[in-house]
Design a protein around this ligand. Structure first.
Ligand code: NZQ
Ligand code: ZN
Length: 397
């Protein structure tokens, strides 16, 4: 009897592994370490970047100088758009193949750092990548080309994870594949907070909300005592504090470096250990993104509060804990529900302070799009409430 009881108790515990092979170089002088990384790879580097930000702020010239000094042959994939498309993926794969890429070097925000991973798993793939990786969710069976990232926008955590989100505008699908194979993760990432100083305010706060929501997506699941939740609360407090400083003084290096570092730890899989994780806000946001091509962080801010208000009763303990531990809500003489609601009011006030998009209509979502967005929403199972079709309609409306 005792043996059976012991076995049952053990069944409650989640087993996990943790490995993150990405080497990080952080700080205002971190670019110089590119000189240490480049000799590890062959001669052919494919440099991948977005539209024109890195040419305007001088990062392109700095990187090129180092590539030339290391005698690299450089080809380029430019014009990677926010929310990279499947057509852009195929264009990049062709360029990388033609130039026999030994290293794919991404310079940009999450979109470029996502895109580079999708290219890395597609170059040697003899199947159709969209079907294989984004519809069938299969893992790569071919050689994966090494990836390095030089990050210019804090938010997605893409610099230290294996996520690659691609949009298919033909089918209105925006799908993220978090690859299991560690070889998809950047071999190294260079994080210079100074590079983020040229971001427009809209992108800065969208990135900040993306970070915060990544933490929420992992925090708002399960009800046990888990170290991951304590780390999450610390990260959330740091993001709130630094966001308030950066919102007033966008050139504040200390705040911007804390934001950059928090972004990495918010989504490099550490705080998801032993958590079922929710990710429902991201599924709603991604479906909105597939129809509007809106800025990722703003799609999340627009759907978050209606979602959290709706699921709050199903995860009341955690919402109460969130209010007290993250927002310092005074619990004295209040019911659990009152405390939890005060926490949600605090996050709403903070979001308004940052000037985040709070309504879907501000992202040009119209009533006639709702049905399509609902149908494009992948329903997750790990949060406090598994939503049905009608509940999603109500949340979006
Ligand atoms: O294209 P350029 O000219 O570079 O301009 C970009 C872009 O217009 C600009 N920008 C970037 N760094 C700048 C700058 N402008 C001035 N100065 C700088 N230093 O900012 C705009 C947005 O960039 P983008 O890379 O799209 O933003 P973000 O980092 O938010 O990435 C969003 C993408 O990542 C995906 C999202 O779905 C979205 O497609 N995500 C990836 C995740 C992952 N791999 O783990 C998780 C996330 O949840 C997210 O889904
Ligand atoms: Zn996100």
């Amino acid at each position: 009897m005792k043996a059976i009881l012991t076995l049952c108790q053990y069944k409650r515990f989640i087993n996990f592994s943790y490995c993150n092979p990405t080497k990080l170089y952080f700080g205002d002088e971190s670019l110089k370490y590119l000189n240490e990384e480049l000799p590890k790879y062959g001669n052919n580097v494919v440099l991948i970047y977005g539209k024109n930000s890195i040419k305007k702020n001088g990062i392109y010239d700095e990187v090129m100088k180092i590539l030339k000094a290391n005698n690299k042959k450089v080809a380029e994939i430019s014009g990677v758009m926010p929310n990279p498309t499947v057509d852009k993926l195929y264009e990049g794969v062709e360029i990388a193949r033609k130039n026999h890429a030994d290293l794919l070097l991404a310079v940009g925000g999450g979109s470029v750092c996502n895109y580079v991973k999708a290219v890395a798993v597609s170059i040697n793939c003899d199947e159709e990548p969209w079907q294989k990786y984004y519809i069938n969710f299969e893992e790569p069976t071919c050689d994966i080309i090494p990836v390095g990232c030089i990050l210019t926008m804090a938010g997605t955590g893409s610099e230290m994870n294996a996520g690659a989100v691609i949009t298919n505008p033909h089918t209105h699908q925006k799908i993220g594949h978090v690859f299991q194979d560690e070889k998809v993760m950047p071999r190294f990432s260079i994080l210079n907070p100074k590079y983020t100083l040229t971001l427009p305010h809209y992108q800065m706060v969208a990135g900040i909300y993306d970070i915060f929501n990544h933490i929420c997506e992992q925090y708002f699941s399960n009800d046990d005592d888990n170290t991951s939740d304590y780390i999450s609360e610390g990260l959330m407090k740091s993001v709130i504090n630094s966001s308030r400083i950066a919102n007033k003084d966008s050139q504040n290096y200390e705040a911007r470096s804390n934001i950059m570092w928090s972004a990495t730890w918010a989504l490099n899989t550490l705080i998801s250990r032993a958590k079922s994780t929710d990710w429902m806000v991201h599924m709603l946001g991604q479906a909105v993104g597939a129809f509007t091509d809106a800025t990722h962080g703003m799609t999340l801010s627009a759907v978050s509060l209606p979602y959290y208000r709706y699921i709050m009763p199903y995860g009341l303990n955690k919402f109460k804990r969130f209010a007290i531990n993250v927002w310092d809500v005074d619990a004295k003489d209040k019911t659990d529900e009152e405390i939890a609601l005060e926490g949600l009011k605090a996050i709403e006030d903070w979001m308004n302070e940052l000037n985040l998009v709070m309504h879907l209509k501000d992202l040009n979502v119209t009533e006639d799009m709702i049905e399509g967005i609902v149908n494009a929403t992948i329903i997750m199972q790990g949060g406090y409430k598994v939503l049905n079709h009608e509940e999603i309609v109500n949340i979006l409306k």
